[in-house]
Design a protein around this ligand. Sequence first.
Ligand code: MF3
Ligand code: CO
Length: 249
Amino acid sequence: MSITIKSDKEIELMRQAGKILAEVHRLLEKEVVPGVSTWEIDRKAAEIIRGFGCKASFLGYNGYPASICISVNDVVIHGIPSKQRILKEGDIVSLDAGVIHKGYQSDAARTVPCGKISAEAEKLIRVTRESFFEGIKFARGGNHLFEISGAVEDHVTAGGFTVVREYVGHGIGREMHEDPQIPHYHMKKRGIKLIPGMTICVEPMVNAGRCDIECLDDGWTIVTQDHSLSAHYENTILITEGDPEILSM
Ligand code: MF3
Ligand code: CO
C-alpha cells in the first residue's frame, strides 16, 4: 500500500474519525477497574464504536477475533480480550482501538493504570507517552521521516527503557496500514520527506526490561521475552507545514 496525500475533504473525514476515536478512548479508560474482565471492556468498546455509527477496524482484520486489543502488563500488543483475564489493582492495561468512519480510519492506543500502580509502572507509562510527543516534534512538512524515529528512541533510552523493534508505526487513511512504515528507533538513512496531507500513526511500544518480544501460541499475543512490563501510546496525526495536528486526541 503506497503513501497517500489526503485532500481537504479527506482530511476533514480523518478529523472526524479521530475525534470519535478520542472519545472512544475517554469512555474506555473509565472501564479499567479491578474485577472487570478484558472481554467486558471489549464488549463496551464494540457498543461505543457502534454508537458512533463507526466500524471497529480491528474486528476480522487478518482474522483478529475482537473489536479492540487489550494488552495487560507484559503483553506488549495484540492482547485478545478474554473472560478469563480479570483485571486487578496494579495492572497496566494497553487499550488499542481503531475506527472506520465514512470510509476513513483512525488508530490510537493508550496504557491505563488499573487502580494504584507501582512507581516504575507509572514512569513507564509516562515515558512512553512523552516519547510520542518528542517524536512528533519532528513531524512537519519538509522534515525527514526517521527524525521522528530517532527522537522517540532517544527519549525512551534516556528514561532507562527499551523500544520494541519488530512493530512500527504506519501511514493510515482508507486503509489502517498504509506506507510509510515508521520505526521508533534510529535508522541509518533519513527516510522519506514528509509532505503536508500525509496522515500517519506514531506508536511507541516500550518495555521496562529488554526489547525482545515473542508471540504466544494463539498467533496474536505479543509478550516481552523477559516478562517485564510494556506500555504503548499511539495517535493518528496529520502532517502540515507547521506543527502536526493530532487527530485522535
Ligand atoms: N493498532 C494496531 C496497529 O497499529 C493494529 C491492531 S492489529 C489487529 O497496527 F489485528 F488487531 F487489527
Ligand atoms: Co497503529
